[in-house]
Design a protein around this ligand. Sequence first.
Ligand SMILES: Nc1nc(Cl)c2cnn(Cc3ccc(Br)cc3F)c2n1
Length: 502
Amino acid sequence: MAMYQTGTIRRYSTERSPAADAEVEKHEFKAETKKLLHIVAHSLYSQREVFVRELISNSSDALEKLRHLQATSQDVSSDAQLEISISVDKDAKTITFYDSGIGMTAEELKDNLGTIARSGSKAYIEKMQDGAETKDMANTIVGQFGVGFYSAFMVGDKITVYTRSATPGSTGYCWESDGLGSYTLAKAEDVPVGTKIVINVKDDAKEFLEKEKLDEIIKKYSNFVGFPISVNGEKVNTVDALWTKDKNSITDEEHDDFYQFVSNAWDKPMYNLVYKADGPISIRSILYAPTRNPEAVGFERVKPGVSLYSRKVLIMPNAPGLLPEWLRFIKGVVDSEDLPLNLSRELLQSGPVILRLKSIITSRIIKWLQEEANRDATKYDEFYKTFGSFIKEGTCQDAVNQKEISKLLRFETSSKEAGQLISLDEYVERMPSDQEHIYYFCTPNRQLGSESPYYEPFKQHGAEVLFLHHGLDEFVMGRLHEFKGKRLMSVDSKEANAVLEK
Ligand SMILES: Nc1nc(Cl)c2cnn(Cc3ccc(Br)cc3F)c2n1
C-alpha cells in the first residue's frame, strides 16, 4: 500500500449505501501523528477519565468562538442554543459528545490533525521515543498541541466525527478512524452546525458508559464551564463560575453556597476576597477564610484549600505549591488563562508561572487580612483565635513576607484585660519614646505571669509586657526578632533587667 507521505488522496467509490456514494477519501496519518496518537492513547492511561475534560474543553472553546462571532454579529449560519449535550447508549456501547459550536471545515479537520505533527511536538516525540515518555510529557502534549481530542482513543476503538462549520454555505463532513494509522473523510448530509463525536467504547472502558461516572467526572473537572452540559438530557453543571462575575453583584448567599461547594465544608466563610488581576499573569480568583478550623479539633492536616483552574476548567484540585503551607486553611479558586490546561504536578511546584502566581496571591491575601483587621478589630480577634496558629507558622516560615505577616499577629498584654488582644503596631504606638524594646513574657497563663518575679520590675516600671501562652510563641518571637526597629525582648532574659535599670 502506497504510504501517503504528502497526504495525497486516493479516491475510490464505496460499496456502502447509495446515499454514501459521496467520495470517501482515505488518509494516512503522518508518521509523527501516529507516534503521538500512540503516546497519548497509552501514556495518560492512568488518568483515562480526562478524555471527558478534553472533549468538553474543545466543545467549550468551539462554543466560545461561535458566541464571539454571534456577539460581533458576524455572518454565521447558526442561532442554535449554545450547549454541550452528551448521550450514552449502553446497548450500542457508544458515548456521543455534541456541541452546537463553530464546527469544522474539511481543511480544519485535516489541519487540526496535521497541526499536531507540525506544531513542535516533534521534539517531544523524539524525546519520548527514546523512552523518556512520562505521564507529564503526555499531559503536556494533550493540552498544549490541542490533541485533547486524541485522548478519546484511550477509551474508544473507533471514533466518528460529524461536523459542519458555522461559516455560511459549509457542508457537513464525516471523519472516522480507529486511531491507529488512517482515517476516512467524506461529505455528509443533514449535519447540524457544530461537532458530534461518537465514541465506540472499548470493552475495558465500560465504566464510562455509566451516566453516574460521567456526571462525577464532569462535576470534578468541568463544573464551571460556561455552557450547559447535559448527560442523557439532564443538566449536570449547576454552579456558576462565581469568580468571573462582577464582585459587587455577588450576594452573601452566593458566597456561602460557592464556599461550601468548593471547600466541601459545612460552615460559612468569615471573610471573602474577589481578586482579579490582569498584570503579568491573568488572575480571576475568589478566596475564603472559613469560620471553623478543622485542624483545631485534631483532624489530620488540611489539604491546600485552593484549587487551580484555567479558563473555568479544573486543572489541579487543592493545588499544592500554589500557596505557602501556612495558608493551607484558605479556601477557594484561582483561575488563570495563562496556565496550560495540562499542568502537571512537577510543573506546578516549580514552574515560573506558578511561582509568580504564588507570590502575587500570597501578598494579596496578607493585605486582605490586614484590611479586614483594620475594618473590624473584634471580628479579626475572633478570626485570630481560630487561625492564629497559621499566622504564627507564617511568621516563622515565610521569610519573604514575614514583615507583613507579623502585622497580623495578636497578643494578650499586661495593659489590657485577660482575653483582650493587641497588635505589635498598637504596642509600639503607645511605647514611651525612650523605650528601645518590645517586652514579652512566655508564661503558661496570665495569673502565673502577673505574679512572676520576672514580671515584677516591669510592673513597677509601668512598662507594658505582652503575655504569650502558646508553645509556638517563644519560637515566633525568636524568628521575628524585631518589629519596626524595636527588638523583641523576653522579660526573663538577663539583658532585660540591665535594660530596665538604666
Ligand atoms: N468540538 C470541537 N469543535 C471544534 Cl470547532 C474543534 C476544532 N478542533 N477540535 C478538536 C478536533 C480536532 C480534529 C478532529 Br478529527 C476532531 C476534533 F474534535 C474541535 N472539537
